[in-house]
Ligand binder design. Structure first.
Ligand code: PEP
Ligand code: MG
Length: 601
């Protein structure tokens, strides 16, 4: 990596109190910021006399070899459970043999009689031009890996040592335009408690390494290196992607205490893992897990979830150049269902578009990146109905896998009855097709819908007669009901789960579902907030689905609650006029009823 320079100047309007990025590695940390601005290491352009050319080629080859040695050393240091990181380093080692990078640089040195740095910069810019012409954002993102590798070679050519990422004694959160996967691995050596970057996405290799290390991380915050300055204090939430700037001392205390408690109470929480999730008076609430990959299954089982309340199936579509085929998907879903059996697994059909940006497969039109308002555009179920071949292939794979466990299929962003009926028509056709082809299908596959737009809430009584279950998606429901773009940093402070309108919509959905005897779950971030969970339980939700590691915390709280108290508390919240009132009422009630450590943090 090029030598980072700590940046101490901040250019941030004081009104900005929070930033919103993409949470790519969960965990909440409060710490001081260290901003890194990369120094450009490109040496000047100079011509060389003919007799020095071969020496220059040798110097370049030496830097390439040294870069390879560095990567190999790093690889050796890695623990065996960091398989993802190992394969990323291997791909970087391969790039050090890439023709377009290495041979092209040598060619430029020889034909233009220029120094290695200049030749490498030209080769890199030619590669970038090619990548820029690619529509596919996933492939375009791979250029960042080539750049990280080239930066390493630039550093070696200039003879600069890697500076430590931080020499601080106190815990820090690193901020930069981008970090390479190798930078992220090196963060283990420093006192780094999290990082945030301007570039990157959920599928970037840097994000993958952060998740393997359990290092909280947020990416995609534009201008982060200008908005923040070394010495700022922030709270970073690697799950929700939210950054709180200059947090109140009470909030910092809350995060720190909760981190300390997390460590201290890990043993105590372990004792809840195998207990039933029910209130003191035997009122059950199912606690399930939200996951995106099969790799998370061991964690789900370790923390005692009683099923998967939300399997976000998008990642298979992001990680491949082609849409995954039916066989691949069926194998994935079979493993998912079989591992979790006899617990239920709720697979949401792909929720592409909107904030889960996607326009990559051949044949797809370039319309998605031209949408003016993607959150209100061709996303989720609308996209599935537009690209029906892909949708049918996923449904076929799901039904084929259904015989291996207990499958529930969840449809995202349903906003009108006609839309739901169209999907049900497709499901019937797919089932007929599979029967005709002799594929066995489980007879008890439940079909449910996400309730995440206000029209679905208003019509919940009608929808309840048409589906087997409801799953309330508050992440989107808050966005659409309060008109707050969930990914927009300028309005992030208005994104308010405790808004009484949101609470009332949840309650209305639960009542509509129960009137028709269908179960209602909630799988937005709210479900895993220990402050919120009691209110949600009091509203009568049958299931809360959250990140797997939070399950024991919520279970412990639940097992100390009395269902009457929870119902009374929820009833009071529903009468509140604004979020501040909800919060203070909640804080008061919980403080009266339970020990603080049960619901804080
Ligand atoms: C939601 O909207 O609450 C939800 C769970 O879906 P996602 O966050 O994947 O949009
Ligand atoms: Mg959603």
């Amino acid at each position: 990596m090029t030598r980072p320079v700590k940046e101490a100047k901040r250019r941030r309007p004081l009104s900005i109190r929070a930033l919103q990025g993409i949470g790519v590695s969960p965990g909440v940390v409060a710490a001081i910021v260290v901003v890194f601005k990369r120094q450009t290491l490109r040496a000047g352009w100079y011509h060389l006399p003919a007799e020095h050319i071969e020496k220059e080629v040798e110097r370049f080859a030496g830097a390439i070899n040294a870069a390879g040695d560095e990567l190999l050393q790093l690889r050796e240091k890695l623990a065996g459970d960091l398989a993802d990181a190992l394969s990323i380093i291997d791909s970087h080692l391969l790039m050090l043999r890439d023709r377009m990078l290495v041979e092209r640089t040598i060619g430029i040195i020889r034909h233009s009689n220029v120094n290695a740095e200049r030749a490498l910069a030209q080769a890199l810019s030619e590669i970038k031009e090619r990548f820029d012409r690619i529509d596919d954002p996933y492939i375009r993102e791979r250029f960042s890996d080539i750049k990280h590798v080239a930066d390493r070679v630039f550093g070696l050519l200039s003879g600069r040592e890697h500076s430590p990422l931080t020499g601080e004694d106190q815990p820090v959160i690193l901020v930069a335009n981008d970090f390479s996967p190798e930078d992220t691995l090196r963060m283990q050596e420093g006192n780094v408690h999290g990082f945030l970057t301007e570039k990157g996405g959920i599928t970037s290799h840097t994000a993958i390494v952060a998740r393997s290390l359990g290092l909280p991380a947020v990416v995609g915050i534009e201008h982060a290196t200008s908005l923040l300055a070394t010495g700022d204090f922030i709270i970073l939430d690697g799950g929700s992607g939210r950054i709180i700037l200059d947090p109140a001392p009470a909030d910092i205390q809350r995060v720190r205490k909760s981190n300390r408690r997390d460590r201290l109470l890990a043993d105590e929480l372990d004792s809840y893992i195998h207990l039933v999730s029910e209130t003191v008076d035997g009122f059950p609430v199912q606690l399930s897990a939200n996951i995106e990959t099969l790799a998370e299954l061991p964690t789900v089982l370790r923390f005692g979830s009683e099923g998967i309340g939300l399997f976000r199936s998008e990642l298979d579509y992001f990680n491949n150049r082609q849409p995954p085929n039916e066989e691949q998907l069926a194998a994935t879903y079979q493993q998912l269902l079989a591992t979790m059996a006899p617990y239920p697994v709720t697979v949401r059909t792909f929720d592409l578009g909107g904030d889960k940006f996607f326009n990559r497969f051949p044949g797809n039109k370039a319309w998605l990146d031209r949408e003016r308002n993607p959150a209100l555009g061709l996303r989720s179920i609308r996209f599935s109905l537009y690209e029906q071949t892909m949708f049918r292939s996923q449904l076929r794979a799901l039904f084929r896998a259904s015989v291996h466990g207990r499958l529930r299929i969840l449809l995202p962003l349903i906003s009108a009855l006609a839309e739901l009926r169209q999907v049900k028509g497709i499901v019937d056709e797919v089932l007929d097709e599979l029967a005709g082809q002799g594929h066995p299908v489980a007879g008890d596959v439940a079909i449910g819908m996400m309730v995440e737009v206000p029209s679905a809430v208003a019509m919940a009584d009608v929808f309840a007669a048409e589906v087997d279950f409801f799953a309330i998606g508050t992440n989107d429901l808050i966005q659409y009901s309060l008109a707050i773009d969930r990914g927009n940093q300028y309005v992030a402070h208005l994104y308010e789960p405790y808004h009484p309108a949101v609470l009332r919509m949840i309650r209305q959905t639960v009542e509509a579902g129960h009137a028709r005897n269908i179960p209602v779950s909630l799988c937005g971030e709210m479900a895993g907030d220990p402050l919120c969970a009691p209110v949600l339980m009091g509203m009568g939700l049958d299931e809360l689905s959250m990140r797997p590691a939070i399950v024991p915390k919520v279970k412990r709280l639940l097992r100390h609650c009395h269902s009457d108290e929870l119902r009374r508390m929820a009833q009071q919240m529903l009468q509140c006029g604004d979020c501040d009132q909800v919060r203070s009422l909640l804080a008061r009630e919980l403080a009266n009823l339970y020990p603080k450590e049960y619901y804080q943090g």
